[in-house]
Design a protein around this ligand. Structure first.
Ligand code: C2E
Ligand code: CA
Ligand code: CA
Length: 647
C-alpha cells in the first residue's frame, strides 16, 4: 500500500515536470531548435503528461477502493486492522464502539433479489455516514452488521448519534418502500475495564443482541402494530418502548434519565373554539420548544395532545429537574399565548425517574401517564412519580384485581357501630360498616378501597353482599328468638345510575329474608342527593311505600345544605362528624342549635355521628338529638362482639 502511494506521488510529480517543460518550451518558442525537434518535444511532453496523469489516477483509485465495501464504508478487513491498531495503542480510554444490526435484510434479498438487498444496505450505510464525526470509523462487519469505532467518545455523544439515526430513519420510513429498522448496542472503554478492545466489541455485541431480541419479541406479540406509524408526527407505543429499551439497555449505570409525559389541558376546546389548524400549529410549536429543552435525548408526539420525552438528568437533584420543567412549561405557555390567538393554555407534565434500568417500557409509560393526569391537580402543573404514588397504585391494582375473588371467598365482613338513643342512653340501632379482611391477615378500612370500587362500579356487588349479610343476620336472630334492632345501611352513589335494578334487587332480598320494614334504614349522603335529586327522591318514594326509612348521611359536609332542607323527603338527618371534630366552640354550638331547630320544625329525626366526648353528649342530649353514634360509646365492632353486647 505504501509503495503504491509513493508511485502515485511520483506520477503526479512527473506530470508536473512535463507541464513545466511544456510551458518553458512554448514561452521560449523553439529558440535554437529546428521545427521538427520542436514538434517532437511538444508531442513527447503531451504524451508524457497524459500517461503519468492516467497512471497516477489509476493508482489513486486502486488505493481508494481497497479496504472498502459495496456499501461504500470500510470493510471487515480494514476494521480488523483498525482494531489491531487500537489494541496496540498505549491508551484505549474513551474508545466507543457501536454495533448495528440491520433488520429484514434476508427477507428483502429473498423477496426482491440481491440488487434490492444491496440498495437496502447502502441506504442504511448512507444514513450511518450522516451521524459520523471526524473521530468516527464506520465499517461493515458482516452481512447486515455495521460497526462505528468512535475515538474520544462520550455517552451522550453515542446516545445522540443513535437518536439522530433513529429520527432520520423515522422520517425516511414514512415514505420508504422498505422501512429500515435496526438493533443497536454500544459501550465505551474505560481503562480499568477493557484491556482488550475485543472485550469492548463483545459487550456492544451483547447489548445489540439483547436489543434485537427485545424488538423481535415485541414484533411477535403485535406484528400488525409494529409496522409504520400512520401518523407522521406521533410515535407508536411499540416504537416508544423500543427507544426506551435501547437507551436503558446501553446505559452505563452512571447516567440518570427521566421520562416525561406532557399534555395540554382541555386541548379539544382549543380545536373547537379556534379551529383545527390553530390547534395543530400550537402542538407543533410546543413540540419544537420541547426539542430545545436542555439535555433532551428525544421528544415525540405520542398521541392526540400528549408528548413524550427522555431527558438526561445525570448529576441533577430531582427538585432541580422538576423546577426546570416547571419553568420551561411556563415559558412555552407564555410564548404560545403571545404567538397564537388563544387566551388560555396549560401544560401538565408527569415525571418518571428511570432509576431501575430493567423496568419494562409499558410500565414506564403507564406510570408517567398516571402522574401526567395527577399533574392537572397541581398548581405547578408538574407531578413526579413517587414511592407514595407507587404504593397507592399498587394498592389500587391489588383492589381491582383481587376484588371478585375476595367477594367469593367471603373476605368482606360486616361490622356494627351502635347508635345510642339520646333520651334513654341505650343502644337503639346500629350502622353496618364493611371491612375487608385480607387473606394475609391485614384489615382494610372502607375509605381505602371503596373509592376505587366506586370508580370501577364494583361497589354495587359489594353493597348487595353487605345488605344480604345484614338481612341474613336479622333473619337468623329472629329465627333464634333473639332481640331485633334497626340497621342503617349505606347506599353507594353508583346505584343511582341504575335505580330500577337497585330497587328490584333490594325488594328481592327483603322478600327472601322476610325482613320487617321497620328494621331498615338506608343512608344516602347529602352529596349523592345533590347530584341525583330526581333519582334519590324516586328511591325514597319507593322505600316509603314499603315503610322503610331513609337517612341523609354526612349532612353539612357538602354544599347547599340549607337549601336541601326545603323539599327533602328524608326521614332522618345524620349530622356530619366534622361538626363535632374539634372541641365544641361557642359558635359551633350556635350553628348546631339552629340546625336542630330547623330540622325539628321540619319533623326530621336527628342523628349525630362522631360523638367522642362527654361534653358533646351533654350538649347534644340537651339540644334534643334523637340518636348519637361515636367512639365515646363504641367503635365499629365485629358481629360476634356486637352480639355479645346486645345479647
Ligand atoms: P360513614 O357512613 O360516614 O360512616 C361513619 C364512619 O365514621 C365510619 O368509618 C366510622 O368508623 C367512623 N366513625 C364512627 N364514630 C366515629 C368517631 O367517634 N370519630 C371518628 N373520627 N370516626 C367515627 P368507616 O367504617 O371507616 O367507614 C367510612 C365510610 O365508608 C362510611 O362513612 C361510609 O361512607 C363508607 N362505608 C362503610 N361501609 C359501607 C358499605 O357497606 N357500603 C357503602 N356504600 N359504603 C360504606
Ligand atoms: Ca353512613
Ligand atoms: Ca356519615
Amino acid at each position: 500500500m505504501e509503495r503504491n502511494k509513493t508511485i502515485m506521488k511520483l506520477c503526479y510529480l512527473q506530470t508536473t515536470f512535463y507541464i513545466v517543460f511544456l510551458t518553458a518550451l512554448i514561452t521560449r518558442h523553439r529558440r535554437g531548435i529546428s521545427q521538427k525537434t520542436f514538434a517532437f518535444l511538444i508531442i513527447l511532453s503531451l504524451v508524457g503528461c497524459a500517461v503519468s496523469l492516467t497512471l497516477g489516477d489509476y493508482i489513486r483509485n486502486m488505493i481508494r477502493s481497497s479496504g472498502f465495501d459495496v456499501a461504500g464504508v470500510h470493510d471487515k478487513k480494514s476494521l480488523e486492522k483498525k482494531l489491531q491498531q487500537l489494541q496496540n495503542a498505549d491508551d484505549t480510554l474513551n474508545v466507543g464502539v457501536m454495533m448495528f444490526d440491520l433488520n429484514n435484510l434476508k427477507k428483502i434479498n429473498d423477496t426482491y433479489g440481491h440488487e434490492q438487498g444491496d440498495v437496502f444496505i447502502q441506504t442504511f450505510a448512507s444514513y450511518l455516514t450522516r451521524i459520523l464525526t471526524e473521530d468516527s470509523f464506520l465499517a461493515r462487519f458482516g452481512g447486515d452488521e455495521f460497526v462505528i469505532v468512535q475515538n474520544h467518545a462520550t455517552w451522550s455523544q453515542l446516545e445522540q448519534m443513535n437518536i439522530q439515526l433513529q429520527s432520520m430513519l423515522d422520517v425516511y420510513n414514512q415514505t420508504a418502500d422498505h422501512p429500515i429498522s435496526y438493533a443497536v448496542g454500544y459501550d465505551i472503554s474505560c481503562k480499568n475495564h477493557y484491556y482488550l478492545i475485543m472485550d469492548l466489541l463483545q459487550i456492544a455485541d451483547q447489548k445489540m443482541y439483547q436489543d434485537k431480541r427485545y424488538k423481535k419479541e415485541q414484533m411477535a406479540k403485535k406484528p400488525q402494530e409494529f409496522c409504520r406509524n400512520p401518523l407522521a408526527e406521533s410515535i407508536s407505543t411499540e416504537s416508544l418502548k423500543e427507544k426506551l429499551f435501547t437507551i436503558l439497555n446501553n446505559s452505563n449505570g452512571e447516567k440518570k434519565y427521566a421520562f416525561l409525559m406532557t399534555d395540554v389541558s382541555n386541548f379539544h376546546l382549543i380545536n373547537d373554539y379556534w379551529g383545527y389548524e390553530t390547534g395543530t400549529n400550537i402542538l407543533n410549536f410546543i413540540l419544537k420548544k420541547m426539542e430545545l429543552f436542555p439535555q433532551t435525548l428525544f421528544v415525540n408526539r405520542y398521541h392526540s395532545d400528549i408528548f413524550v420525552a427522555v431527558i438526561d438528568i445525570t448529576g441533577e437533584e430531582h427538585t432541580a429537574v422538576k423546577n426546570r420543567i416547571i419553568e420551561s412549561n411556563k415559558q412555552t405557555t407564555k410564548e404560545v399565548l403571545a404567538a397564537y390567538p388563544v387566551n388560555y393554555l396549560s401544560l401538565n407534565t408527569g415525571i418518571y425517574y428511570l432509576e431501575n434500568m430493567e423496568i419494562p417500557g409499558e410500565e414506564i409509560i403507564s406510570h408517567s401517564n398516571i402522574v401526567r393526569i395527577k399533574a392537572k391537580d397541581k398548581l405547578c402543573g408538574v407531578c413526579e412519580y413517587t414511592r407514595e404514588i407507587a404504593l397507592a397504585e399498587q394498592k389500587r391494582a391489588d383492589t381491582i384485581h383481587s376484588f371478585k375473588e375476595a367477594l367469593g371467598k367471603k373476605e368482606f365482613q360486616i361490622y356494627f357501630q351502635p347508635k345510642i338513643s339520646g333520651r334513654e342512653q341505650k343502644i337503639a340501632s346500629a350502622e353496618v360498616l364493611v371491612r375487608w379482611q385480607r387473606a394475609n391477615g391485614d384489615l382494610w378500612f372502607p375509605d381505602s378501597f371503596l373509592p376505587i370500587l366506586e370508580e370501577t362500579g364494583e361497589i354495587e356487588a359489594l353493597d348487595y353482599y353487605v345488605y344480604e349479610t345484614a338481612f341474613q343476620w336479622l333473619a337468623d336472630r329472629r329465627e333464634k328468638g333473639l332481640k331485633l334492632l334497626s340497621l342503617s345501611l349505606n347506599v353507594s352513589p353508583v346505584h343511582f345510575r341504575k335505580i330500577h335494578t337497585f330497587t328490584e334487587k333490594v325488594s328481592h332480598l327483603i322478600q327472601k329474608y322476610e325482613i320487617p320494614s321497620q328494621y331498615l334504614i338506608f343512608e344516602i349522603t347529602e352529596t349523592t342527593y345533590i347530584h341525583n335529586i330526581e333519582a334519590v327522591n324516586h328511591m325514597i318514594r319507593f322505600f316509603h311505600e314499603k315503610n322503610i326509612r331513609i337517612s341523609m348521611d354526612d349532612f353539612g359536609s357538602g354544599y347547599s345544605s340549607l337549601n336541601t332542607l326545603k323539599d327533602i323527603l328524608f326521614d332522618e338527618v345524620k349530622i356530619d362528624k366534622k361538626f363535632l371534630s374539634d372541641k365544641l366552640t361557642e359558635n359551633g354550638k350556635i350553628v348546631l342549635q339552629e340546625i336542630f331547630h330547623l330540622l325539628k320544625r321540619t319533623n326530621k329525626f336527628i342523628v349525630c355521628e362522631g360523638v367522642e366526648t362527654k361534653e358533646m353528649v351533654d350538649f347534644l342530649v340537651v339540644e334534643g338529638c334523637d340518636e348519637l353514634q361515636g367512639y365515646y360509646y363504641y367503635k365499629p365492632m365485629e358481629m360476634a362482639k356486637f352480639e355479645q353486647l346486645i345479647g
